[in-house]
Design a protein around this ligand. Structure first.
Ligand code: NAP
Ligand code: GFB
Length: 318
């Protein structure tokens, strides 16, 4: 497709951590015809509403950054919502895009689509080669169907519909609610509150032994713009740093950044989840994209954002 700065680009989920980063990145590159709808303006679970939105606005490009998103506890507590809502949202967006001739669609999945015990680092071809991690298999199955829906349109109709599989993301506008968030924002808030409370102990979940990879959200937004501006000849690409660390090492890094000097306690009644999910990022690197922001720098930026926006960050109520 002939993309230009007047192309109409619809960012679904444009207020979220990922969607807002993509919006800022596109604006910075001069794209002036961006459209977004809040979930109260357009509930993407409502097929009829999505169909009429697409027939009215006819976007040239769709970037799907809308989903029911949460950390390990939220996924494990609300399996039906994480499965059904994510299938409804993505399927409505993908099918309406197909029917209104959208030529470029970027779908965002997650590294949890790969089998729990797949060989590490995770390669795109490991998809569907083994059982999923039980704490988030519901969300993973939804995301896998999104990947397959885009792949089927590329295969049958030759449309440039691609799926990017980001690793764990963090950064400005993240969800800092301690029940529904992911580990990195939860640790920032917990260590900050404990420091302010006189360096009281911090209680974290699980054993601290699982390993995780973290990509700063503005790097992901950069990868999405890269995928938008370049012709991709395959349907599935991992997006990450290719570097991971234990949850315990992450805790010590965040404790140092925040300046907390108390004890760290581990609540073994909470799930560890997947032991490791390090991404093989060579396919995206061969396509010409590489992450730039290191973890220490990204945590410092995110903590700074947290301090400046404590009153405004969203508390996601599930
Ligand atoms: N965060 C991560 O670690 C991570 C990792 C890998 C992949 N991803 C993927 O990245 C994407 C965005 O994640 P995120 O972290 O940015 O999540 P987020 O901050 O919770 O944003 C999700 C967005 O989806 C929108 N949304 C949810 N339900 C909706 C509905 N029924 N109708 C319309 N809009 C709805 C919300 O809109 P409103 O704000 O208007 O309510 C929100 O802006 C998701 O596809 C997620 O799977 C995230
Ligand atoms: C990218 C996301 O990865 C998610 O898996 P996943 O990394 O285990 O999700 P997280 O919630 O980030 O948890 C990562 C690891 O951090 C541990 N952890 C320690 N303390 C905390 C805490 O205070 N809060 C949280 N949330 N975790 C904590 C948690 O037990 C787990 O082993 C999937 O559930 C999502 O669907 C999505 O795919």
């Amino acid at each position: 497709m002939n993309l230009n700065d007047k192309s109409k680009i619809y960012i679904a989920g444009h207020r979220g951590m990922v969607g807002s980063a993509i919006w800022r990145a596109l604006e910075a590159k001069g794209y002036s015809n961006l459209i977004g709808q809040t979930s109260s303006e357009l509930d993407l679970r409502d097929q009829e509403a999505v169909t009429s939105f697409f027939s009215e606005h006819k976007p040239d490009v769709v970037i799907d950054a809308a989903a029911r998103v949460g950390g390990i506890l939220a996924n494990n507590t609300y399996p039906y919502q994480f499965l059904m809502e994510n299938m409804q949202i993505q399927n409505n967006l993908i099918d309406s895009s197909f029917r209104t001739d959208v030529q470029k669609f970027i779908f965002l999945g997650s590294s949890c689509i790969y089998p729990k015990l797949a060989p590490q680092p995770l390669k795109e071809e490991h998809l569907l080669t083994g059982p999923l991690e039980p704490t988030n298999e519901w969300y993973a199955v939804a995301k896998i169907t999104g990947v397959k829906a885009c792949e089927s349109i590329r295969k049958q109709y030759g449309r440039d519909y691609i799926s990017l599989m980001p690793t764990n993301l963090y950064g400005p506008f993240d969800n800092f609610d301690l029940n529904t968030s992911h580990v990195l924002p939860a640790m920032i808030r917990k260590f900050h509150l404990a420091k302010e409370g006189g360096n009281v102990p911090v209680e974290l979940w699980g054993s601290g032994t699982p390993m995780r990879e973290f990509l700063y959200v503005e790097d992901l937004a950069d990868a999405v713009v890269f995928a938008l501006e370049n012709e991709f000849h395959d349907n599935l690409y991992n997006v990450g740093t290719g570097v991971d660390l234990t949850i315990k090492e992450l805790a010590e890094l965040i404790q140092k950044t925040v300046g907390h000097s108390g004890e760290i306690l581990w609540d073994s009644s909470k799930p560890d989840g997947t032991p490791r999910k390090l991404m093989d990022v060579s396919k995206m690197e061969n396509a010409g994209w590489k992450a730039k922001v290191g973890l220490e720098e990204g945590i410092k930026k995110t903590y700074q954002w947290f301090l400046e926006n404590q009153e405004s960050f969203k508390e996601v109520k599930i």
